[in-house]
Design a protein around this ligand. Structure first.
Ligand SMILES: Cc1cc2nc3c(=O)[nH]c(=O)nc-3n(C[C@H](O)[C@H](O)[C@H](O)COP(=O)(O)O)c2cc1C
Length: 366
């Protein structure tokens, strides 16, 4: 039996386009935010079986991340250096206007043979907005704006004489030419886990990214969004964040985790913990991303340890298949030493995932 390519779980990696790596720790991280390293990483990733790369947008430093390359320009550079990889550019409504995003990304899509996508993030860092003079909207208003943003971008990408009268954006008989190469349009991902984020995913996003969490919590989010999307005649796909520590032995992998946390940049982690109170905890239900995160969890800023992809290739492959069984379509990986570990993952973990998929493994057997 061959693996149905469409059903095979997909892999993405976090593009380290901001300095400091993916963990807020003073442990050695053999990675870099510069373009040469990132080009090599992107080439290694596509050779190793990764289909997507996700860039980050940050306008100012925060908990490390002293230097930050801009996401769209950086994504384009990675696309130019690769052949198959899809690069997801992070976009922040507020600083970006949907007309600019629709136009700029349509051009990049044309130039790269249809390999660009966007991740619409809604903002959690008030200091960043204040620094660039952008009004800081209240939590659920940020999502109301992001939803309009996505409707507007998709409208411009797919319709002629596009007209839109929203509270945040307006378009009048606008026709974009050329439209993007990808039909019906480049994929729209979103980051954000609060109730408002989930409502938005069900209503307009193609993909919903989850922070790291337990299998049960991921299942609950997927079920909730699937049901809400189906009621609107839509389907949504799901990506999950994980900080992946794959080593030949479980002890070795656990030791790496232990060392990352032991060398955590305590001051930066606490500052981050304070800043993210503007995210999920600030939502009406106080249930979004990071609202239940402990110190250890915040050392990886998207709760990536909680997903538990830490151990031997065999253990990790089984966990991934268990995630697939609850409806996860894509695993988004962060790594300590990016190039080396992406290569190791491609050689040692990914083939096991494919074997288990072919054997029809389920959550019960995993
Ligand atoms: C996979 C993923 C990637 C994200 N990337 C960024 C980013 O590049 N820049 C940013 O400001 N926020 C980013 N976010 C943060 C979200 O946009 C959002 O602010 C955060 O998840 C809080 O969500 P909540 O308020 O719904 O709980 C990302 C979130 C996820 C899950």
């Amino acid at each position: 039996m061959t693996t149905d390519h469409e059903r095979a779980v997909k892999f993405a990696y976090w593009v380290p386009n901001v300095s400091g790596g993916l963990v807020v720790s003073k442990i050695e991280q053999r990675t870099s935010w510069d373009i040469d390293y990132n080009r090599r990483l992107a080439q290694t990733a596509e050779r190793s079986g990764f289909e997507y790369a996700l860039s980050q947008i940050r306008f100012t430093a925060g908990y490390g991340a002293e230097y930050q390359h801009e996401s769209v320009a950086f994504s384009h550079a990675l696309l130019a250096a690769t052949e198959k990889l899809k690069v997801i550019a992070a976009i922040l409504p507020g600083p970006w206007h949907p007309a600019v995003v629709a136009k700029q990304l349509a051009t990049i899509d044309q130039l790269t043979g249809g390999r660009v996508a966007i991740n619409v993030v809604s903002g959690w860092f008030k200091g960043e907005f204040t620094a660039i003079g952008e009004p800081w909207l209240e939590h659920d208003e940020r999502y109301r704006r992001s939803e309009e943003f996505i409707r507007a971008v998709k409208g411009v990408w797919t319709e002629d004489d596009f007209t839109f009268k929203g509270d945040f954006y307006r378009f009048n008989n606008y026709t974009l030419k050329p439209k993007p190469l990808q039909q019906p349009h480049p994929e729209v991902f979103q980051g954000g886990n609060s109730a408002a984020a989930r409502r938005m995913a069900a209503a307009v996003s193609d993909w919903y990214f989850m922070n790291g969490n337990s299998l049960e919590n991921h299942r609950a989010q997927i079920d909730e969004i699937r049901t809400a999307a189906a009621a609107q005649g839509r389907t949504v796909r799901f990506g999950v964040n994980a900080f992946i520590i794959a080593r030949d032995s479980e002890d070795e992998a656990q030791q790496v985790l232990h060392d990352i946390v032991r060398h955590a940049d305590t001051e930066a982690v606490h500052a981050f913990g304070h800043a993210v109170k503007q995210a999920g905890s600030a939502s009406p239900e106080a249930q979004g991303m990071w609202s239940n995160s402990k110190f250890e969890d915040l050392v990886q800023y998207n709760d990536g340890f909680k997903t538990g992809l830490i151990g031997t290739p065999e253990q990790i492959a089984r966990k991934i298949v268990a995630l697939k069984a609850i409806g996860v379509d894509l695993v988004l990986g962060g790594f300590l030493h990016f190039i080396e570990e992406v290569e190791y993952f491609g050689k040692r973990v990914l083939p096991l995932v494919r074997e288990l998929e072919e054997a029809g493994a389920t959550a019960e057997t995993a």
